[in-house]
Design a protein around this ligand. Structure first.
Ligand SMILES: [Mg+2]
Length: 383
């Protein structure tokens, strides 16, 4: 069974987050108040036997670069090759492409593009075996818990308090903020019942000494974790120092491949590892990170700020992790829904169709497509 065509489809779908209008014009962070639409980059791999596998690459404003990485570098490594029929062959295929392209970026758009292809190949693998991915990965449950990843409310304590109450009332008992000021974080803690688990993602703002000071101050709020407190994110010794301040540390969405996690584990830098399926190298790489984390006694809670095949891929993996591990979903409402599982509630039931079970609404796809590249025997062209 050969890979007949590979497509890269950029989508931009509107969402509602119930927050005041932003003053910024450019938003580099997915949690920014400036965003009213969310972009994603889907990859569609079709075989000559008619099977279709879906993948998703990180993300947002880097998508035009990732499309070029796919077009010029990554797709030629896979087109017309035999689709792997077992996980060893899939891992070998990915390792060969990663090695061939290693000089062009061990992280960033080349790695995002490889991640999307890997997810699509896993989708095809599940379909070849007639098994949903969660089953192929050894999970025994179809229903998983979700945690609400709130967008940023610009450190406004009253607004943050209002939003966490809204999330709690919607049934989310585990919530994550994207705020940096103590006052905003403390307001969230005060607004929530004691049994709520509150995490805080600060997105790499501080040098290690300032991050340690902030972590000591936050310790009294008993956070579930403090995420990415240190700039740069690969300052392993800095993260390990912050961890000693008493608040659990989560990191890894910006780690450079599996090797980036090896450094975090060996440096005793984190309590929670957050590999991101559409950045780190796909399902293959994420499974390698899970194996390492288990050997080091570190919990894995994958990063997920996706809404395409990447979200479902992460959901299938979460089903294979211990029952208390929840899937991260943005606390927003997509209008319209690309597929039914985007109607977020505190639990998600995984599809039981073979593979990922990603079934995007064709009308939504058509309406919100930004660009659509196709590569096949005819050549490379925009549809
Ligand atoms: Mg994060």
């Amino acid at each position: 069974m050969k890979i007949k065509s590979i497509e890269a489809i950029r989508l931009s779908i509107p969402f509602d987050s119930d927050r005041p209008a932003a003053t910024q014009e450019t938003a580099w962070n997915a949690a920014s108040p400036a965003l009213r639409q969310m972009e994603t980059l889907l990859v569609r791999v079709e075989t000559d036997s008619g099977l279709v596998g879906w993948g998703e690459a990180f993300g947002h404003l880097s998508n035009p670069v990732t499309v070029e990485a796919l077009r010029q570098l990554v797709i030629p490594c896979f087109l017309h090759k035999t689709a792997p029929s077992n996980r060893e062959a899939l891992a070998a295929m990915m390792a060969e492409a990663e090695k061939a392209l290693h000089a062009f970026g061990r992280g960033g758009p080349v790695c995002f593009a490889l991640s999307a292809i890997d997810i699509a190949l896993w989708d095809l693998l599940g379909q070849q075996h007639g098994q949903p991915l969660w089953q192929l990965l050894g999970a025994r449950r179809r229903q998983i818990g979700l945690y609400a990843s709130l967008v940023s409310y610009n450190n406004q304590p009253e607004e943050v308090a209002r939003q966490v109450k809204r999330a709690w009332q919607a049934g989310f008992h585990m919530l994550k903020l994207h705020e940096t000021d103590y006052a905003a974080i403390a307001a969230a803690r005060a607004a929530l019942p004691e049994q709520a688990t509150l995490m805080v993602d600060v997105n790499c703002p501080w040098p290690a000494d300032e991050a340690s000071r902030r972590a000591r101050q936050l310790a009294e709020l008993k956070l579930g974790w403090l995420e990415e407190p240190v700039w740069p994110p690969d300052d392993v010794a800095g993260l390990a120092a912050v961890r000693r301040a008493g608040t659990p540390i989560a990191s890894g969405e910006n780690a450079c491949g599996v090797a980036g996690f090896t450094a975090l584990f060996e440096g005793n830098a984190i309590n929670v590892a957050q590999p991101s399926v559409a950045k780190v190298g796909g399902i293959t790489a994420l499974l390698a990170v899970i194996a390492q984390a288990q050997a080091h006694g570190v919990k894995v809670v994958p990063h997920c700020f996706y809404y395409g095949a990447g979200l479902l891929a992460t959901a299938h993996i979460v089903a294979s992790l211990p029952d208390d591990i929840r899937l991260e979903v943005p606390f927003i409402r997509f209008t319209p829904l690309l597929y039914p599982q985007l109607d977020f509630a505190p639990t998600l039931t995984l599809p039981d169709t073979p593979g990922l079970g990603f079934a995007p609404d064709p009308a939504v796809m058509q309406t919100y497509t930004v660009s659509h590249l196709r590569v096949d025997a005819e050549g490379t062209y925009y549809v």
